[in-house]
Design a protein around this ligand. Structure first.
Ligand code: CTP
Length: 219
């Protein structure tokens, strides 16, 4: 096995975030973390030093990867910033766009009508924040996009909106969320690369190889 990413540091996010409503309730989503964990493993196998900042998942920490477990989007951003500087940042996490405006420190009683409505506030955009850093911006910043239609057009818009260098676009019109297979397109400002449909570990290996090529050229 060659190690084209030896000496390179990669910081990444994966899994869902969990946003507390009270000590027993939360807002989250169905991200399994599988694609992110597979990509962390694939980058480590190519020799990278990988820090994986992960929301709650049922998966074991990947071998050879420093895994930092957090729950909320704000904690995820703080852990990413602590882990910088890095050559590459990869945002795979399905970050909750919103969190409850207030996290109650006591359980809200269900039978007393305390929960009239749930006020939400926007979470930080971790990918955009890292893309727009003035200092310690990683040389290659990669986001993921889950789309059901017009996948590459939406990816291109997301590339511009987030200020990142690549968007890895997933077509989630089938059973990708929580499933074992995936097909992707890697969209950059001047190029699109399309994969076959393959297992998540195979896709992760392909993405890691393209990262290795790009890092040699740009970082
Ligand atoms: N992301 C992030 N922080 C957020 C939201 C998203 O880092 N608060 C990252 C994700 O990890 C992913 C990319 O941004 O890399 C996804 O962008 P987003 O705008 O959330 O797109 P979708 O989830 O695909 O949703 P939509 O197209 O509806 O905006």
């Amino acid at each position: 096995m060659t190690s084209p990413l030896a000496g390179r540091r990669i910081v990444m996010t994966a899994g869902p975030t969990l946003e507390a409503i009270d000590p027993v309730r939360f807002i989250s989503n169905r991200s399994s973390g599988k694609q992110g964990y597979a990509l962390a493993s694939a980058c480590a196998e190519l020799g990278a030093e990988v820090v994986l900042v992960s929301g709650p998942t049922a998966l074991n920490d990947p071998a050879g990867v420093e895994t930092v477990r957090i729950e909320s989007a704000r904690d995820m951003l703080a852990a990413v910033e602590t882990a910088l500087p890095a050559d590459v940042f990869i945002a795979v996490a399905a970050v909750a766009d919103w969190r409850p405006a207030e996290a109650h420190d006591r359980k809200i009683k269900g039978n007393k009508g305390e929960m009239g409505s749930l006020a939400l506030v926007e979470n930080p955009d971790i990918l955009k924040t890292i893309s727009q850093r003035k200092d310690e911006r990683p040389g290659l910043v990669i986001g993921f996009a889950a789309e059901t239609h017009e996948v590459e057009d939406h990816a291109r818009q997301k590339l511009a909106r987030k200020g990142c260098d690549w968007i890895v676009a997933n077509d989630v019109s089938g059973d990708v969320m929580g499933g074992d297979e995936n097909a992707i397109a890697i969209v950059s400002s001047d190029d699109v690369w399309r994969s076959q449909r393959a297992s998540k570990p195979e896709i992760a290996g392909l993405i890691a190889q393209r990262i290795a090529q790009a890092v040699v050229e740009t970082c």
